[in-house]
Design a binder for this molecule. Structure first.
Ligand SMILES: C[S@@+](CC[C@H](N)C(=O)[O-])C[C@H]1O[C@@H](n2cnc3c(N)ncnc32)[C@H](O)[C@@H]1O
Length: 365
C-alpha cells in the first residue's frame, strides 16, 4: 500500500515571512544594478529555461550527483558533445545549479538536487514539461494569445488542449507526469490546511488519477469517496486507489462534468479544474455541482488564487500558462466569489496553504 509519505511542513507564518524577505532581497538586487542589466536578465530567462531543460532531459543532474566529475566524463555518460556539455555546465554553474571546483570538475548543488530523477522531492517531470519543444512552441506564440485573447495551442494545433492531448500520447504523458509532480506539491499543504474528517462522503470532480482523494481517504478512515472523471482517465485512477489501499471506500465513476456530477457528496472537490476553463464553461461545471449539493454540503475550489497587488506569486505566471494552453485563467479571490455567486453558491472561507494553492470553500446560497 502506498503510504502518505508527506513531509513535515513549516507553519504558514514562517513561509510567508521567508517569502517577504526574498521579495525584499530581489528588490534590493534590482536597486543595486542598472535597469538595462536587470531587464536583460529578465529577457534572457528563456535561455535559462532551455539550459535547465536540456541538462535535465539529458540526465546531467543524475550523472553529476555521484560526486565531482569532469565535463568530458559527463558528456560520455549522457551521450553528448564534450565541449558543448562544458559550456552548459558552466552556464548553469553561474546559476548555482552546479558548482565548478578549482580542479575543473563539477558537483551538483542543493539547488540542482530536485532535478535528479531519484530524489523524493524531484521536479524533473515538471521541468521536462516546461521546456518540452511542443510546450515551448506554445509559449513562443504568446504574442498571438495576448493580441487575440485566445490560446496559442489552438492557434498552432487547430484543436483544443484536451483534444490535442488525446491525439498525442507522448505529449500527454509528459503533461500528465508533470501534473503528478504539481499535485504532489499541493496535496500535503492542502491536507495540512483543511480538515476532511467530518465528511462521510467526498466526490472529487475531475479527480484525475485519484492522488488527492486517496490521500484524503487515508487520513479520514470513516470517509467514503467517489473519483469522477472521463472514462479514458479512470483506469489509472482505479489502479491507484487499489495501490493506496482505499479501494474498499472509493468508487470510480465515469462521466462529463458538463452533463452532470454524481449525487450524494457531503463535500465536492474541484482541484485544478475551474482554471482550465473560460467563464461560461466554468459556470456550467459549478452549476452542475450546485445542482447536486444539499444545504449542508460544501464545495472546495482548490486553485492558485491570484493575490491582489504586485507581490510575486506563481499564479501570475500560471495565468499566462492557462491563456496559452486552454484559454482558461487563474482568478483572484474576488473573481472566484463572483463566479461562485453566479452559480448559486456563496464563499464561506478562503484558506491559504503553504503551497501555491488556496482552498476556496463555498456553500449553497
Ligand atoms: C488539470 S487536470 C486536474 C486533475 C486533478 N483534479 C488534479 O488536480 O490533479 C483536469 C482533469 O479534468 C478532467 N476532465 C476534463 N474534462 C472533463 C469532463 N468533461 N468531465 C470530467 N472530467 C474532465 C481531466 O481528465 C483531468 O483529469
Amino acid at each position: 500500500m502506498i503510504g502518505l509519505g508527506l513531509p513535515r511542513l513549516p507553519p504558514i507564518g514562517i513561509v510567508r515571512a521567508v517569502e517577504g524577505v526574498r521579495g525584499a532581497l530581489i528588490k534590493l538586487t534590482h536597486w543595486l544594478a542598472p535597469a538595462p542589466v536587470n531587464v536583460l536578465e529578465l529577457a534572457t530567462g528563456s535561455w535559462v529555461t532551455q539550459a535547465v531543460y536540456t541538462a535535465t532531459k539529458l540526465g546531467i543532474p543524475d550523472a553529476v550527483a555521484g560526486g565531482p566529475i569532469d565535463a568530458q566524463r559527463v558528456a560520455e555518460k549522457v551521450g553528448a558533445d564534450a565541449d558543448a556539455t562544458l559550456r552548459l555546465l558552466r552556464a548553469l554553474s553561474a546559476k548555482s545549479v552546479f558548482r565548478e571546483r578549482r580542479d575543473g570538475r563539477f558537483e551538483l548543488t542543493s539547488l540542482g538536487q530536485p532535478l535528479r530523477s531519484d530524489t523524493p522531492n524531484s521536479v524533473r517531470a515538471l521541468v521536462l514539461m516546461i521546456g518540452h519543444p511542443v510546450h515551448w512552441e506554445h509559449w513562443g506564440d504568446l504574442l498571438y494569445a495576448v493580441q487575440s485573447g485566445k490560446p496559442s495551442l489552438e492557434h498552432l494545433r487547430g484543436v483544443s488542449a484536451f483534444e490535442f492531448f488525446e491525439e498525442n500520447e507522448e505529449v500527454a504523458e509528459v503533461f500528465n507526469d508533470a501534473m503528478t509532480v504539481t499535485s504532489e506539491m499541493v496535496i500535503g499543504p492542502v491536507l495540512a490546511a483543511y480538515d476532511f474528517t467530518p465528511y462521510r462522503s467526498i466526490v472529487d470532480v475531475g479527480g484525475g488519477h485519484g492522488r488527492l482523494l486517496a490521500a484524503i481517504l487515508q487520513k479520514a478512515p470513516d470517509t467514503r469517496g467517489v473519483l469522477f472523471d472521463l472514462e479514458s482517465v479512470l483506469p489509472g485512477g482505479r489502479d491507484y486507489l487499489v495501490e493506496a489501499g482505499v479501494a474498499d471506500r472509493a468508487t470510480a465513476v465515469a462521466g462529463s462534468f458538463f452533463d452532470a456530477v454524481p449525487q450524494g457528496g457531503e463535500l465536492y472537490i474541484l482541484k485544478n479544474i475551474i482554471h482550465d476553463w473560460p467563464e461560461a464553461q466554468a459556470l456550467d461545471i459549478l452549476r452542475n455541482v450546485r445542482a447536486v449539493m444539499g444545504k449542508q454540503s460544501r464545495v472546495l475550489v482548490i486553485e492558485a488564487v491570484v493575490p491582489e497587488g504586485n507581490s510575486p506569486h506563481v499564479s501570475k505566471w500560471l495565468n499566462l500558462e492557462m491563456l496559452i494552453q486552454t484559454g482558461g485563467r487563474e482568478r483572484t479571490a474576488a473573481q472566484y466569489a463572483d463566479l461562485l455567486h453566479a452559480a448559486g453558491l456563496e464563499v464561506t472561507r478562503v484558506l491559504p496553504t503553504i503551497g501555491p494553492a488556496s482552498i476556496v470553500e463555498a456553500a449553497v446560497r
